[in-house]
Design a protein around this ligand. Sequence first.
Ligand code: CP
Length: 308
Amino acid sequence: MSRPRSVIDILDLSTDELDALMRVAEDIIAYPDKYAEVCHGKKLATLFFEPSTRTRMSFEAAMYELGGHVISMTDGASSSASKGESVSDTAKIVSCYADIIAMRHPKEGAALVAAQSATVPVVNAGDGGHCHPTQTLADLLTIYREKGGFSNLTVGLCGDLKFGRTVHSLVGALSRYEGIKFILISPEELRLPDYVKNDVLDRGGIQYAETSSLDDAIGSLDVLYMTRVQRERFFNEEDYLRLKDSYILTPDKLRGAKSDMAILHPLPRVNEISVAVDDDPRACYFRQAANGKYMRMALIMMLLGLGA
Ligand code: CP
């Protein structure tokens, strides 16, 4: 049986499609009224088996702003998953009630399993430490709007690059653009996984360097992508406590940065960016969260065949 198109990995979208989604998102920002009824009569199901603020709420806001409806599961414990229902069966059932599903799950690969059973499109809203493609859509639109494009940028990725699913997806997407360079800034224990380095960076001939020093790297960066050290991904508390404050971006640290460096963070943040940085014009992370809603609007439209 043929299945509808789903987005599990950012690489499921071509570069042309990413560019088209950004163009639609820009048009939505400029002319929101044009899109207010595009999803009239359609329903989005948000299935979140892991906590979320931005991703779930921006998906839901996106569908409402397109004139559609939302049905929501905000906690696996309140669903029949708690009685042992499989992801596969859940996806089949929810396909009877909704036209599109956005799903977050703590297990890597869960969104793919859902997509293989669902009869409506499934969007991966984060699967464990693996991928988070719609965060990458938000990141791309933010970089595009802040820097005017992607070519020849030097992008610093800082913090938990091992479990950071947003980093894995962003590396995949940016690697398609000409002249991109990455500086991978992390403690030894939280380095980018070999499968990302080998399959994406080495195979694509992308330039990158690894360092544990944010101070050494910061002056060369056009974009600094900070990430949280994620307590929920660690197997023991001791390692988390040792590594959690490895990097804290402060106004003092920014003295060595370019005057137009864009600071991104998928959020939530804990300690890794001081609130004193928030008023710096280079701090883009709240604009980045807003951009996520517009890119999710464009993606919903595309997957429902409604004009994006
Ligand atoms: N960036 C992100 O995925 O945030 P939430 O966990 O709040 O959805």
